[in-house]
Design a protein around this ligand. Structure first.
Ligand code: F6R
Length: 242
């Protein structure tokens, strides 16, 4: 896996944003997938500003959500849907609902949700680009340690680390125990995958990701087996690397 280190999270987000803009220029009908959480926010903001200035046109792109907390919808601040819509989809004027496929964490039939999202991706052939944050336990999306590698969309029992970390997203007390997520197979088949991490707190998992052979125990290591993966990190996240 290629590693690109940047002095700050801002310069990293700009480079990631420019990379995505170039990709969309080359293939305007790209299928893109962005993680929720904190990591992609600066990049999403960069992309929104670029779209508003007319530097990039997302009008022909499609988007698929990476994951969602089961039981949460847009009205819960911190849900993946709320994050992606408030920070990106609703701020890019050219986007319409038909371009976006996002998990409904409130759906009664979660297997049907998995099928719906799998079918949306299959209809497009393959995901062209994924921007993934790295969880403190190495999860990608909600592909938690021990994840089977042969799955597309699936429902997941959240790892204890994920449950503990989740409180940082929510203003209110929410009790999350399950997630719904694209699978490792989607990550393996995507044309390009960008793992991203910034800040000192990610230094340990970044080092483990790089030093460990691909294993489900640390899902971020599995990205090394994907077709074309790059890791973007800032100075602090890379501070334990030699
Ligand atoms: C969120 C997601 C998660 C996060 C990861 C890092 O949609 O898929 O895998 O990307 O937990 O979270 P942050 O970016 O908040 O450090």
């Amino acid at each position: 896996m290629n590693i690109k280190k940047f002095s700050t999270a801002v310069s990293m987000a700009e480079a990631a944003g420019e990379h995505i803009i170039e990709l969309v220029k080359k293939k305007p009908e790209s299928l893109l997938c962005f993680a929720g959480g904190e990591t992609p926010l600066l990049t999403l903001n960069y992309l929104v500003e670029a779209a508003l200035k007319g530097k990039v046109d997302f009008g022909k792109c499609s988007f698929v959500g990476l994951d969602e907390w089961v039981g949460l919808g847009r009205e819960t601040k911190g849900s993946c849907r709320q994050t992606l819509f408030d920070y990106f989809f609703d701020r890019v004027p050219e986007l319409t609902d038909s371009q976006i496929c996002f998990f409904d964490g409130l759906a009664n039939d979660l297997d049907a949700e998995c099928k719906r999202v799998d079918e949306f991706i299959a209809k497009h052939g393959v995901i062209d680009f994924m921007l993934l944050g790295i969880g403190m336990n190495g999860h990608l999306g909600f592909n938690e340690p021990g994840v089977p590698t042969d799955k597309y969309c699936h429902v997941v029992d959240l790892d204890s680390v994920t449950k503990k970390v989740s409180v940082k997203y929510f203003d209110e007390e929410v009790n999350v125990s399950k997630g719904i997520s694209l699978g490792i197979k989607h990550i393996m088949e995507a044309t390009e995958v960008m793992l991203m991490a910034y800040g000192e707190k990610k230094a340990d998992i970044v080092k483990r990701t790089i030093d460990t052979e691909p294993t489900s125990d640390v899902p971020s290591t599995l990205a090394k087996n994907s077709k074309n993966a790059v890791m973007f990190i800032d100075e602090a996240a890379g501070s334990q690397l030699n």
